[in-house]
Design a protein around this ligand. Structure first.
Ligand code: NAP
Length: 247
């Protein structure tokens, strides 16, 4: 890591993988802005960061609303400075088989998981241009590569995110900005808690390491990409899935 404290914005840092990324990047010396959809969630993030002696705070953000994104980025810039690290982590699932999938289920997932990364990236990248330094990490999913029954909406957003990242990596590489994806397998969070025991067991049977991953195991790879050691990696998707899927 560089010694100068850089500002990292992490969407969806109230729980799960985002909370682990906030902690790991905070411990690595970044100033953390972690977001939640409610003020209560944002306050909890601030409290957690303070307990862990990490500099930073929680903030409210709805990634679906352009004005929420633009206002947050503007207020961070005015109060703290340029956002140099953006972690697009917030994401949702609304699973259904195609014949039963509603327009709403499709649209909500596409808006939260894919349209939002365009909004956030566009809002943050001008500052990175000026600094001639930036790191963007988009949290994808193994499902974007291997597919999954009932997740055509979710898989489409994650595959789209990876194509977006490769294109942008070419577009902004000359400004010393890297864009990468980290694609988790099945990680123990609220998202996978929704799985019933039988489905969970069947996933475990297909994971070479025989267990679900931990949020910290994703956060460590994100921190690697944001640090000096990851400086020459861009346009990549790093799979972290315990051997569930091997390309
Ligand atoms: P999670 O525990 O369900 O947490 C989701 C986070 O996203 C929460 O912080 C939530 O905020 C936030 N969020 C949801 N909708 C939002 C919106 N409209 N605007 C802003 N923030 C919003 O999820 P997770 O399991 O940690 O997953 C994090 C990322 O990893 C997602 O992109 C997911 O697709 C990906 N991933 C997860 C797994 C897994 O097995 N868990 C596997 C592969 C990929 P609130 O707390 O305020 O609701």
């Amino acid at each position: 890591m560089t010694t100068e404290q850089k500002i990292a914005l992490i969407t969806g840092a109230s729980r799960g993988i985002g909370a682990a990324i906030a902690k790991t990047l905070g411990n690595a010396g970044f100033f953390i802005i972690g977001t939640a959809t409610t003020q209560e969630g944002a306050d909890k993030i601030s409290a957690r960061l303070s307990e862990d002696d990490i500099q930073g705070k929680g903030a409210v953000l709805n990634v679906n609303a352009s004005d929420s994104v633009v206002n947050l980025v503007k207020s961070i810039q005015e109060e703290h400075g340029t956002i140099e690290v953006l972690i697009n982590n917030a994401g949702i699932t609304k699973d259904n088989i195609i014949l039963r999938m509603s327009d709403e289920q499709w649209d909500d997932v596409v808006d939260t998981n894919l349209n939002a990364i365009f909004r956030l990236t566009k809002a943050c990248i001008r500052g990175m241009f000026k600094k001639r330094w930036g790191r963007i990490v988009n949290i994808s999913s193994v499902v974007g590569s291997m597919g999954n029954v009932g997740q055509s909406n979710y898989a489409a957003t994650k595959a789209g995110m990876e194509g977006f990242s490769r294109s942008l990596a070419k577009e902004v590489g000359s400004r010393n900005i890297t864009i990468n994806c980290v694609a988790p397998g099945f990680i123990a969070t609220d998202m996978t808690d929704q799985l019933d025991e039988e489905v969970r067991k069947s996933y475990e049977d297909h994971i070479a390491l025989g267990r679900l991953g931990k949020p910290d195991e994703i956060a460590a790879v994100v921190a690697f990409l944001c640090g000096d050691a990851g400086a020459y990696i861009t346009g990549e998707t790093i799979h972290v899935n315990g051997g569930l899927y091997m390309q």
